[in-house]
Design a protein around this ligand. Structure first.
Ligand code: SF4
Ligand code: SF4
Length: 341
């Protein structure tokens, strides 16, 4: 696999990394097996978060004996100094390590969140302290709002950014990434498969890996077969053929203005309606089946959707011009009809 420098961190990362969300959904044994296979095949960047339930523990167990050979990255959604310091200790214990290579502020996707973390005794203070103590080596930020991230990057605080990016959601991200490259901020790409919408891994990964502004792509991987397929792509030639470019264009056109790309650029919604979750419920159901956990989340989502105040803010932010309010009405009606009658 090819390697790239992760911005100015000095870390040399393989272009394919590991996203730690999906391993929450399989047995501990299977999760450890998948993480270990990633390591054996050369992946050296493993990303997780305090919010991903058992993900940190499983990665920690899988990689404890090879800690020096890999980069472990995690994140906190807490906005206060105390909150982040508390979560950092839990992460260190779960990951069975005395340091985190890149520690990130999770989902700073609104101006309010950004103000909170920058405030006196806010989350940023914790990052500086922990870095001084050697508990974290580099600091990063994750967000679903590339415009806000562009402003954050200009403040020259973070060494990495993580954003959703794939060939369906390329619009705002492709403006942010060259800026990051210019100022040597590492770029970590989540949702390379559009949250499950893109089934052709080769197309989706080659599109991103061939972009010189992308440092590491971190798909979530659930099985050894997925790991091996993705690594085969990351180990090959990244240039898309004319036929592959045509296919990407056809896929984009086919999805049109009715398909939610799960980029979450429409957030924040003042009513906290989980827009992409609701618009994409059929995709998620098809991919993962229906479960009591989904039922609870979707039931909450449907209840929230009924509080929509029709402000239209989401639609003004959606780069794909989706008629979000109309789609929300359709999708929640079919969801109710099928599961919540
Ligand atoms: S509605 Fe638009 S902005 Fe929101 S997640 Fe879907 S595609 Fe992205
Ligand atoms: S129109 Fe409804 S869904 Fe969209 S941002 Fe406003 S409250 Fe949220």
């Amino acid at each position: 696999m090819k390697e790239r420098l992760l911005g100015r961190t000095g870390l040399t990362v393989k272009t394919l990394g590991f996203g730690g969300i999906p391993i929450q959904r399989v047995s501990e044994e299977d999760a450890i097996h998948v993480v270990r296979r990633c390591y054996e095949l050369g992946i050296n960047y493993f990303d997780t978060a305090r919010n991903y339930t058992v993900s940190e523990e499983r990665i920690g167990r899988a990689l404890e004996d090879v800690r020096e050979e890999v980069y472990l990255t995690t994140k906190s959604s807490r906005r206060s100094r105390e909150g982040v310091l508390e979560e950092l200790e839990v992460s260190l214990t779960n990951l069975r390590t005395s340091w985190i290579d890149v520690y990130q502020l999770h989902n700073v996707s609104s101006r309010e969140a950004w103000e909170q973390v920058k405030a006196s005794h806010g989350a940023l203070d914790a990052l500086y302290e922990a870095r001084d103590m050697g508990k974290i080596r580099h600091i990063g930020v994750t967000s679903h709002d590339p415009s806000l991230l562009t402003e954050i990057v200009a403040e020259d605080i973070f060494e990495t950014v993580m954003i959703p990016f794939n060939y369906l959601t390329s619009l705002p991200a492709d403006e942010l990434l060259p800026v990051c490259h210019e100022v040597k901020v590492g770029t970590v790409i989540m949702k390379p498969f559009g949250g499950g919408a893109l089934s052709n891994a080769t197309l989706a990964l080659k599109f991103l890996l061939g972009d010189e502004h992308v440092d590491v792509v971190i798909p979530g991987m659930l099985s050894v077969a997925e790991v091996e397929e993705n690594i085969a792509v990351a180990s090959g030639i990244y240039t898309l053929t004319d036929a592959e470019l045509d296919l990407i264009e056809k896929n984009r056109e086919a999805l049109g203005d009715q398909f939610c790309r799960a980029c979450d650029y429409c957030q924040p919604c003042p009513q906290e309606i989980p827009i992409s979750r609701l618009l994409r419920w059929e995709t998620v159901e098809k991919r993962m089946g229906w479960s009591p956990r989904f039922e609870t989340r979707f039931r909450e989502g449907v209840a929230k959707a009924s509080t929509c105040i029709d402000c239209g803010e989401c639609e003004s932010r959606c780069p794909y011009h989706l008629p979000i309010r109309e789609l929300l009405a359709i999708k929640t009606a079919t969801l109710k009809e099928q599961y919540f009658r």
